[in-house]
Design a protein around this ligand. Structure first.
Ligand code: SF4
Ligand code: SF4
Ligand code: SF4
Length: 540
């Protein structure tokens, strides 16, 4: 059944990621018809989008439970999050007949405030800019001392982890068949800390008043050809923008949100843009294209934090001596195609959601500001992304998200999606964890970001100019089959092909095959035609 072989008989686990990832995104819309009161939600608005410091702002909102019963005795919590991530809370009773509520708050700090009306696991998010007339943005006062306080706890954790991985790398390099893997592990671990660089900054001691410059904006200001990429530079690996300090940002998130809801708007989540969504999208695709042509899926094998997570699962599986399972060759190839389907689905959904801004024709209800889609699906893939729970955990570890919110927004029915992570994120992460434990790099085989890299690396015309490639020298290959057995994504072309360029779209360039091939020079990693790594005879 399902074309999966003997020892690889656990078909169900291999199939679950397909079902979860492909169907639930679409299923939500089928199961949750949109109407004026489409389910539990809060729709709120602010009396102004910009005020002066020490002025009042009023939040007016409505709770809709989407049930026959009215909103009886509901208490809404309205949280005003300051630019320095401190907060002020109000608890207010919603009207028993209409569900309406109102809260007024004086904002005493300049900068961008997030405002969240919250009821259990449902919430709306709003934002207001507070300006300080005494502050001249063109002439900011000098910052005395360092604007950042290093986060000592995280730095200690980073130094310890990197040191341990360095010891593992040095020890591993003594083994002939672990030289590349040890180096790879060291680089993967080190890069996690570089990618999440923003986490090293303690956000509690921002320069005051915060209008002078929020710490994230200090870190970013990535400017590409005059286009401010305020969410960070787009990169082809998983890492949500918020815990990365907006230095770098997952390209998938930017692709989705720049189509919808930030196609036209000048403001994103807590940042300003100086260009249209189309221009920002051009930068995102251009950057991913360039990086993919240069390094291809090297990002997957050596950089992506989620790839490291799956490799760690493999290390644990090996430590407890559980053998891995393999999908059948045929099935694996078809499974791999799913990544392109998910990628297409993400883009199509985002375009449908953004149809009003893009073509002045709202194709489905709920995409207006405050609507169901706007609140919960502004980045549809992120609602199921298995990496997101890790991003949120990282963020809460330094106080940027209140830990109790994480719990609150993951309860409820699956369609009652939360604000930060959803029950779907946790379900997908759980399924991927079990799958990747048994099937090496299970998620990478269908990852839409991996598919995007492959499009710009392994398909013409990009394939013709791609810099990194795996080469095979046919005369030196003895058909021992080791490369086929040890490949984590079950690439077979390295074994099957006659020689020359054997890089495929599912190869993550982990170089395990180069490391394990026991014949001198049979497999080689080439950069711009020059051999940079080659297989060695480790049998002697
Ligand atoms: S949730 Fe996943 S897809 Fe979305 S930004 Fe984070 S890592 Fe990227
Ligand atoms: S395929 Fe996706 S999850 Fe896997 S390493 Fe690449 S970007 Fe990360
Ligand atoms: S073909 Fe080689 S480099 Fe590519 S994923 Fe498989 S083992 Fe790694």
């Amino acid at each position: 059944m399902w074309g999966i072989k003997g020892k690889e008989s656990n078909t169900f686990i291999g199939i679950i990621p397909i079902i979860i990832t492909a169907l639930l995104v679409v299923g939500i819309f089928v199961c949750q018809p949109v109407s004026s009161c489409y389910g539990p939600h809060i729709t709120a608005s602010l009396s102004a989008s910009e005020i002066s410091i020490n002025e009042n702002i009023t939040v007016t909102g409505t709770v809709c439970l989407g049930t026959e019963e009215g909103p009886t005795n509901l208490t809404v919590r309205v949280t005003f999050v300051k630019p320095d991530y401190g907060w002020i809370e109000h608890f207010v009773q919603a009207d028993n007949e209409t569900g309406e509520f109102t809260v007024t708050q004086k904002l005493e700090m300049a900068g961008y405030w997030n405002v969240f009306p919250i009821l259990g696991h449902i919430t709306d998010r709003l934002g207001v800019t507070v300006t300080d007339p005494l502050y001249d943005p063109s002439n900011p006062p000098p910052i005395v001392g360092s604007p950042f306080k290093p986060n000592a706890l995280l730095i200690t954790a980073a130094v310890t982890t990197v040191s341990i991985s360095a010891i593992v790398a040095v020890t591993g390099r003594k083994k002939k068949t672990r030289k590349i893997s040890s180096l790879r592990l060291f680089i993967q671990v080190g890069l996690v800390f570089l990618i999440f660089f923003g986490m090293f900054i303690d956000h509690e001691i921002l320069p005051q008043p915060a209008s002078k410059i929020p710490v994230h904006e200090f870190l970013i200001a990535t400017n590409v050809f005059g286009v401010e990429m305020s969410d960070g530079f787009p990169v082809p690996f998983f890492g949500c923008y918020y815990p990365c300090g907006k230095t770098v940002t997952c390209a998938l998130w930017e692709i989705q949100t720049y189509i919808y809801p930030f196609w036209q708007t000048n403001r994103g989540w807590g940042v300003d843009y100086n260009s249209s969504g189309l221009v920002r999208l051009a930068i995102v695709f251009g950057s991913v294209m360039l990086l993919s042509v240069l390094l291809g899926k090297f990002f997957c094998g050596w950089v992506c934090p989620f790839g490291l997570y799956m490799d760690l699962l493999t290390y644990i599986r090996k430590a407890v001596k559980i053998p891995h399972r393999d999908l059948s060759e045929d099935f694996n190839k078809k499974f791999h195609q799913l990544g392109y389907v998910i990628l297409a689905l993400i883009i199509v959904l985002s375009v449908i959601f953004g149809s009003e801004a893009i073509a002045n024709a709202q194709l489905i209800p709920g995409t207006e500001e405050g609507g169901f889609i706007y609140q919960y699906f502004s980045a549809p893939f992120c609602q199921v992304c298995p990496m997101k729970p890790f991003c949120v955990l990282l963020q809460s570890s330094v106080g940027l998200i209140r830990p109790e919110w994480i719990g609150q927004v993951t309860t409820g029915q699956f369609y009652e999606l939360g604000y930060y992570i959803t029950s779907l994120n946790l379900i997908v992460l759980g399924v991927v964890t079990v799958s990747a434990f048994l099937y090496r790099r299970a998620w990478c085989r269908i990852c839409p970001l991996g598919a995007l890299i492959a499009l710009f690396h392994r398909f013409p015309p990009f394939k013709w100019v791609s810099v990194l490639r795996l080469d095979k020298v046919e005369e030196k290959c003895t058909k021992c089959g080791i490369c086929k057995r040890i490949c984590p994504t079950q690439v077979t072309e390295v074994y099957d092909e006659k020689g020359g360029d054997v890089t495929t779209s599912s190869c993550i360039l982990c170089l395990r095959c180069v490391e394990m091939c026991p014949y001198e020079d049979a497999l080689q990693l080439k950069a711009a035609g020059k051999t940079v790594l080659r297989s060695r005879n480790w049998l002697d």
